[in-house]
Design a protein around this ligand. Structure first.
Ligand SMILES: NC(=O)c1ccc[n+]([C@@H]2O[C@H](COP(=O)([O-])OP(=O)(O)OC[C@H]3O[C@@H](n4cnc5c(N)ncnc54)[C@H](O)[C@@H]3O)[C@@H](O)[C@H]2O)c1
Length: 284
């Protein structure tokens, strides 16, 4: 597999992590950003993460240099012209993703596989922006990609068995464990996680328990590393709201209706760690 060339569109939080994992697994990788500044920022974050690995004794200086040597940055989609697989990791916006897929379809070799790292959007809809319906798949990595073991492989109703098999082998070659999931909103993990977080917010909202008690009960009672409200702050309350609205729109399942408290917090800019305040205060 590492003889294959991988492309990654977007070098933000997830893109940078995915590029790092691919390069450390021996793949030549080309990664794109919308401008040179963001590209430099993304590439610097990969270099910093690898340096941290060297400091902590998790990889050698030679391995770090070799991984960095396999990564090429670009601001031109034309540099994906010889990729065997391109993973789209742009922001969670269907119009932007469809535009990226149409451009990749026009640029990449006919037999190349195009994948999306979307968390909740329909991969089938992205496939429809291309002329290679059987070679578009979801490859959903988890944050942070170098650490998290799972990859959800999203099976559209159009994808071929060959593409799924390639995706499984690719995920395994990165040292990950793949599970194949249908193209339904939130797939497995985010669908269950969302309902869990929304119920925790409803529990707080209706006064059943304090935020501290909810999080303590879940961390100690279920052995979760972090409680649902602290996790919402970590993911971003705006992202939780966006996902809830997307899943509710698609499934019309009442458990995904966003609680009023969540909506008000997002309106008030209480997005969690990134704004210094969410369910908890991070300014101290
Ligand atoms: N953050 C998470 O925890 C997480 C986890 C799993 C999946 N995802 C999914 O991964 C995707 C990316 O999320 P993120 O958190 O890395 O977002 P991010 O905002 O950190 O990064 C997205 C990057 O894509 C770039 N971009 C946008 N359009 C582009 C284009 N046309 N070409 C090249 N680059 C482009 C942006 O400049 C930005 O740097 C989303 O679909 C998200 O739902 C996120």
């Amino acid at each position: 597999m590492p003889s294959k060339k991988v492309g990654v569109v977007g070098c933000g939080t997830m893109g940078a992590g995915i590029v790092q994992v691919c390069a450390q697994s021996g793949y030549p990788v080309v990664v794109s950003e919308i401008n040179q500044e963001l590209l430099n920022k993304g590439l610097a974050s990969i270099s910093t993460a690898l340096s941290r690995g060297v400091e902590r004794g998790r990889l050698s200086q030679e391995d770090k240099d070799a991984a960095l040597g396999r990564i090429k940055g670009t601001t031109s989609i034309k540099d994906f012209a010889d990729c065997d697989l391109v993973i789209e990791v742009a922001i969670e916006n269907m119009e932007i993703k469809k535009k990226v897929f149409a451009e990749l379809d026009a640029t990449c070799p006919e037999n190349a596989i195009l994948a999306s790292n979307t968390s909740v959007l329909s991969v089938t809809e992205m496939a429809m922006a291309t002329r290679r319906l059987d070679r578009v798949v979801g490859l959903h990595f988890f944050n942070p990609p170098p650490v998290m073991q799972l990859v959800e492989i999203v099976r559209t109703i159009l994808v071929s068995e060959e593409t799924l098999e390639f995706s499984r082998e690719f995920a395994k070659s990165l040292g990950k464990t793949p599970v194949v999931v249908p193209d339904t909103p939130g797939f497995i993990v985010n669908r269950l996680l969302l309902s869990f977080i929304l119920n925790a917010i409803r529990m707080l909202e209706s006064g059943v328990a304090s935020k501290e008690d909810i999080d303590t009960a879940i961390t100690l009672g279920l052995n979760h590393p972090i409680g649902p409200l602290a996790l919402a702050d970590l993911v971003g309350n705006d992202i939780i709201l966006f996902m809830a609205e997307g899943v509710y729109q698609n499934l019309s399942d009442h458990q995904f209706i966003a609680p009023t408290l969540l909506r008000r917090m997002v309106s008030a800019g209480q997005l969690g760690r990134k704004t210094g305040k969410g369910f908890y205060d991070y300014k101290k």
